[in-house]
Ligand binder design. Structure first.
Ligand code: UDP
Length: 314
């Protein structure tokens, strides 16, 4: 007998990561039900899926009860504002989607007997005192600072996921996503990749915050989504970091963006936002071992793809 086609629910399906995940799942023959309220997602990210018989879209806020008639095999919970300026503008919605939205998504998985994956974040480590960050580090978060709404919502979401796992025996997975970039990032989401690229393409000053000594490590979106898919299909229920360990300072990164875009932009320094993590690099030993995964796309080629996309948007 032919194996039944699996059905995946993706919350946040119109977002940067959610839409790339939907594409990968469809390519791997899943039926996909995407849910999004477009608070930070965009219809442009999924318009190419219109008319695909395996894709269904529901416009809904995931903090409200999720009712679906069909059987569901996998729930991928990606809905959330995710850039610092988005969650500064939407602190209550950010807290609600991480708490109430995660509750509804877990409730759906429990009801359907589906496996659940939480899109968590390196932000749960806060401004980390351990470097690089391993999954057993508990973090250093300012609960009442401007990033607290996102960091604590995701920390709560991890706790709720483990509670559903332990009490209701829901099969759960937790991915801690580090800085990711690629096509479909919003030009104005304030994150460093779209900010620097759009400034450089317009030959406007490139705004480095602080002295630019803070570090990040950037993972190309196709690498990230592959790692997340492998995690869902694995039998591992503790958190796994997915990201690229190639760490650099923001000043180095600004220089690289100016070079690869052949821009005439100059670097300008602006105040460092409060609680901006000073360093961030994933330790991916666990992902390597358990998922046989590591990033493959070099920064230069990922940036070429991303710049090509932003050229159509600026
Ligand atoms: N950043 C910067 N200039 C910008 C935007 C961001 O120097 O125009 C810095 C920011 O201070 C942080 C890093 O780039 O240290 C990454 O910021 P982003 O908003 O992309 O995400 P984060 O990793 O802080 O969540």
């Amino acid at each position: 007998m032919k194996k039944q086609q699996p059905t995946s629910v993706v919350t946040g399906a119109a977002g940067f990561l959610g839409s790339h995940l939907a594409d990968l799942l469809l390519a791997r023959r899943h039926k996909v039900i995407g849910i999004d309220n477009f608070v930070t997602g965009s219809v442009d990210n999924i318009s190419h899926l219109a008319g695909n018989p395996d894709f269904k879209f529901i416009q809904q806020d995931v903090t409200e009860f999720l009712f679906l008639n069909e059987t569901v095999d996998y729930v991928w919970h990606f809905a959330s504002p995710a850039s610092p300026i988005d969650y500064l503008e939407l602190p209550i919605q950010t807290l609600k989607v991480g708490s109430l939205g995660t509750h509804k998504a877990l409730g759906l998985a429990k009801e359907k007997g589906a496996r659940f994956l939480l899109a968590s974040t390196s932000e749960i480590y806060g401004d980390p005192l351990v470097h690089p960050q391993t999954e057993d580090y508990w973090g250093n978060v300012n609960t009442i600072g401007p990033r607290g709404c996102y960091d604590e919502a995701k920390r709560f979401a991890e706790a709720l996921t483990m509670a559903y796992h332990r009490e209701h025996r829901v099969e759960t997975r937790i991915v801690r996503i580090f800085n990711t970039y690629g096509p479909r990032m919003r030009l104005n989401d304030g994150r460093v990749v779209p900010a620097f690229i759009s400034q450089a393409l317009k030959n406007k000053p490139v705004t480095v915050f602080g002295r630019g000594r803070q570090t990040r490590s950037f993972c190309y979106v196709s690498d990230l989504i592959e790692g997340i898919f492998r995690l869902m299909m694995s039998n591992y229920d503790l958190p796994v970091n997915i990201g690229n360990p190639n760490e650099m300072t923001m000043l180095q990164f600004a220089g690289q963006i100016i070079r690869v875009t052949r821009s005439r932009s100059k670097i300008v320094f602006e105040p460092l936002p409060q609680d901006d993590p000073k360093q961030r690099r994933p330790d991916i030993t666990r992902a390597r071992k358990i998922l046989k995964w590591e990033p493959k796309v070099p920064l230069a080629s990922g940036l070429t793809q991303t710049i090509k996309y932003f050229k159509t948007k600026v």
